[in-house]
Design a protein around this ligand. Sequence first.
Ligand SMILES: [Zn+2]
Ligand SMILES: [Zn+2]
Length: 251
Amino acid sequence: MPAANHFEKIESYLPLNFSAPQDFLIAFAVVLAFLIVRYFLAVFPFYFFFWMRNSPPTPFSKAQVKMEIKYSIFSSVLFALAGVFMAFLWQKGFTRIYLNFDRYGYAYLLGSIIIVAVIHEFYFYWTHRWMHQPAVFKRVHLVHHLSRDTSPWASFSFHPLEAVILAAFLPLIVILLPLHPVVIIAYMVFMTISAISNHLGVEMLKNRWVLQHFISGTHHSAHHKRMNANYGLYFCFMDRLFRTEHVTREK
Ligand SMILES: [Zn+2]
Ligand SMILES: [Zn+2]
């Protein structure tokens, strides 16, 4: 097992020189391959346990899944570019990423993941509402709503313009907020699971408290069907604050 101070060195995370074009390309290829493998490895268990073992919770067509996989792979290209760009910014000293675990205290280290999630909620809610403006919707967000009945394969199915808007969040937040790379990695894992859970069409956790405060399978599935409600990402509070939670749960 690596010692804790292994995670306090920039070389442990960035073994290449991101200013050199060939290193940038190598990193891009590695991150892209990783994101595509992550997509299949992360979605498949959910698809298997919630869809194949039971009958699909929503009507389901092979053509839709093919389309979702195609757009998810396009999105992975843009997510990989954003990831490598973030690494470039970090190496150049443009970010507030910090390496010593105790630099801002352990309470902040743990709490920073919640702070990022809350800021992300604001960012997603307002960009999402903007994408529902009729003129913007057709060009940017329609692709994601082609999955009227959500499937776990739709979790990363976005038009490239929408993928850019979504991918911009992490490079922006690391410029503004001190974050430890381990927190960023944990947050990425959380983002992946949440994106899949939101598109499952069924509830992953049936706990009442969770369903009351967090976006989940049926809450987001109602957004895909009704369009004018439930714009949130993780939490229900933005939709409640701005009175857009018109329906809480829908099959
Ligand atoms: Zn969606
Ligand atoms: Zn939408």
